[in-house]
Structure formats: structure tokens, C-alpha cells
Design a protein around this ligand. Sequence first.
Ligand code: FAD
Length: 480
Amino acid sequence: MRRSPGLRIGIILAVVMPELPTTLTRQHLDRLRETFRGEVITPDDLGYDDARRVWNSMFDRRPAVLVRPTGVGDVATAIRFGRERGLEIAVRCGGHSAAGHSTSDGGLVIDLSRLRGVTVDPERRMARANGGALMGELDLAAQAHGLVCPIGTVGHTGIGGLTLGGGMGRLQRHFGLTIDNLRAVELVTADGRRVRASETDEPDLFWGIRGAGANFGVVTAFEFELRAFGPLLHRGLRIYPAAKVHEVWAMVRDFAAVAPDEIALILGIGRAEPAADYPESVAGGPIVLVGYNHSGDASAVERDTAPLRAGPEPISGWDRSQPYLEVQTANDLAMGPGHRFYIKGGYVNDLRPAALDALVAHATRAPGDSSFSVTVQGGAIARVPDGATAFTGRDARFEISADGGWDDPALDETYRGWIRRAMAIAEADAVTGRYVNEIAESGPAESLAIYGDAKLARLTALKRAWDPDNVFRLNHNITP
Ligand SMILES: Cc1cc2nc3c(=O)[nH]c(=O)nc-3n(C[C@H](O)[C@H](O)[C@H](O)COP(=O)(O)OP(=O)(O)OC[C@H]3O[C@@H](n4cnc5c(N)ncnc54)[C@H](O)[C@@H]3O)c2cc1C
């Protein structure tokens, strides 16, 4: 709700003071404003309600103060301020965290939205993204030179959270995870130090940054190697009746084992909703979808996707070539902020026939657009040894997840329950690891499930070295 300036004094007396934690007074905030170059926003400021909003409306939290640094010095000032005042510190890039990690009730939010911007050096094929940059900025800057970094699929996702967790998308089997193209980061650590981490500078920290990166500091810059690519991406989608789930799965599984790196492949099980968008024979009922992206030469697409045409007959489908930038922003509006969202992910090497049957039966009860999906891994993702980064799960053949979005808080349990049950069906097939960016719950059990015993032990030692007081704990936390 926007407030009129005339109410300002009343608001300060009636709202702000009771909301400030006992460790934080107006004098502290005044002193912060004297040294901080960027914005300092508290509940009495007109922009507070806009500033506190994150992508997932389930996390309707009220920080005591939000700051928007304009440079590295401001980031260090903010960390020091938060520590001195004993405030819980949240770091925000795109604000898309599924677990609500980039906001806090009563804490300090370091909002990096004033640290956007990406520059590209086409000669060296390198990009430098500031710590608050969004994915769409990197796509646009790189494609201007016929280059690309494999990142995610929605333009307003933050490069920060996406990269520090791993980074999956349409080009990863071809070019590797986002972290496999990350060459260095600059960060401000819990004690205010400015550190560069790469394969040669602080290599152990760089190992942890790539998969558990939200735990070690505020990253103020990312350096990515870019690949020659574009401008077109070749794509297709097929819709199958759910009764064919076994044949479709066999086709996808066998294709996955031999598919060239250029192919990205995803299978979805859900409900044909909204019914008007689907052929009458399946409208409203369970369906199986198979989508592909081909990031190679147009002349190779027909040959490379032949296994999809040799499988069961789809009800409908399409194939087309589209500018990569158009594809990368196509869902930006549909996936816009302000809705409720829940996701749970994992990895499998196969799915049992009984699990497929149970998933189809479960799909008949799917609320709204909730669905279960299987993304093919392998290719460049699997050529990096699992131990090379903190990211866990690259050896699995498939990444799985269930998710859904809705608006009515009264439906929270309906959606979460459906998503949890979908993942419980696949649990017997699950192998070690979870993708950190696809886990909406957090706690010690989730961190163990994400990283597994061995990596969690190595990460714990790193955390003790770089953040022994757990200043950065709003993340899938590594407890020091
Ligand atoms: C619409 C949508 C589409 C998505 N698509 C994909 C996809 O295609 N591929 C994929 O892999 N994932 C995808 N995700 C998941 C996404 O990668 C995670 O939600 C990720 O955490 C979002 O990053 P963010 O910067 O927007 O989030 P934020 O909420 O800002 O941050 C997430 C976490 O990272 C930390 N963090 C962020 N920036 C920094 C920084 N500079 N320094 C230190 N810590 C930082 C935060 O503290 C927090 O713990 C998607 C999510 C959404 C909501």
C-alpha cells in the first residue's frame, strides 16, 4: 500500500519504532546513512513495500532495513552494519529464491539491484556481470557478439542465485552448467575482506562457490567464459496421452543415452490445463509432454531428433526455429513475480514402471499447472568430474522436479501436498544429491540431502574458514 507523505510522522511513531529490533535505533540508521552511498530503506519510507517484495509472494516478510549498495565499499559497510547490530542478513540478487532466502523478518536485506550491468569482451570471449545482474542482461550482452553463457530459462532470474547454485537451462548439455563457465568471482566476505576466487586464487573457496556459493560472502562480480552460439535455437514439443507413458519414457531414456550434446530434452507429466489449450481427447486429463531444444546447426536437427519421431505417435506437436533471445524471454511475463510457488527436486538414473503409473494417476489430481518433470543430464554436464565443484548430481542421468504456482493462500497445502507426494513417488529411484536451487524447504536435513556426506564435510571446513560466525545463513546453510 502506498502511503501519503502527510502520514509520515504518524507512521514513524506508530509503525517504525515498534518494528525496529531492539539493537537498531534511528541514531544507528542515521549513522549508516552518513557512510553509505546507496539507498537505505526502512518501514517509514514510501518505497518500503515495493522494496521488500520478492518474487515468491509466500515470503511476505518485513525487514527492519533494506540497503541498496552502489559499489563494493557499500557492500562491506552493509555487512559490518548488520553484524554490529546483530541483524539477520539476507542477500538479494533477482529475489527468486524458492526458499525465501533473500528476505527476512526484522533483519537487514542487502539488495544488489543497484549493482546490475554486464560487460562483454568479445576478443577474450569473457563477460563480467555485476553481483546484482539479471540473466536477461547477460543473454543480451553476449548475443550482441554472437556469444552465449549457458544460464537459466527466465530472463528476470538473478545471475547471483542461479550461478552460485549451479545453473541449469537450455544449453547445458552442450556447454556445461553455468558454474562450468564461471572463471572467477569477486566477493566481500563476512569480515569485510575483498577476495578474488578462481582456479588459481583461493581455489578451495572457488570449489565451494560453485554449488554452495551463497554461504561465503556477497559476490560483487562474476566472470564467465562465453561460447560462440546463435542466433537461432531449434525446438519442438510433443503431447502424448498418459496411457502411453511407458513407451514415451522408454523413448526418452534410450534417446538420452545417445543424444548429441546439442540436444536438451525434457519430459513432463501433468494435466492438460487450461483445457481449451489442448486437443479434446486429452483436455483436462493427464498427459505426457516431451520437449527438446537443439543448439546446433539447423541442418542437423532432423537427423539428431529422429529418435523422437520413431517413438509412439503424439496427439499433437510442433517444431520450429526461433531467435535464442526470444526463447529466453518468452516466459518472462507468465513467470512474473507476485505468485505463490513451491518446488522440490532430485536426481534419478531411471524411473520404475510402477512409479510412472503412480505419477500418471497422481497427475489426474494435479492442482492447476502443477507438474512433474524429468530433465536429461549427461553431455558436457557429466564430463566435469563430480568432485570438481560443490554442485552435486552431475553423474545422474536425469534431474527430476515437481513444482506449481498459485495465488490463493488457502491452497498452500493442496499444492505443496501434491508436489511432495509426486516426489515421494519417485523417491525409491532417487540417487545422491539435490539441485540447491530447486529446494523450497531448508534446514540441516535438506543441506545434507543436497550435498551428501562427503561434500558437506568439505563445505563445513570451508565455512569455518570463511564465515565461522555464520553471518551468511539465509541460504541452504552449511553450519560452521
Ligand atoms: C521464474 C524462475 C525461473 C527459474 N529458472 C531457472 C532455470 O532455468 N535454471 C535454474 O538453474 N534455476 C532456475 N530457477 C531457480 C533459480 O536459479 C533460483 O531461484 C536462484 O536462487 C535465483 O537466484 P536469484 O538471484 O534470483 O535469487 P535471490 O533470491 O536473490 O538469491 C538466492 C540465494 O542466492 C544468494 N545470492 C544471490 N545473489 C548473491 C550474490 N551476489 N552474492 C551472494 N549470495 C547471493 C541469496 O542470498 C539467496 O540465498 C528459477 C527460479 C524462478 C523463480
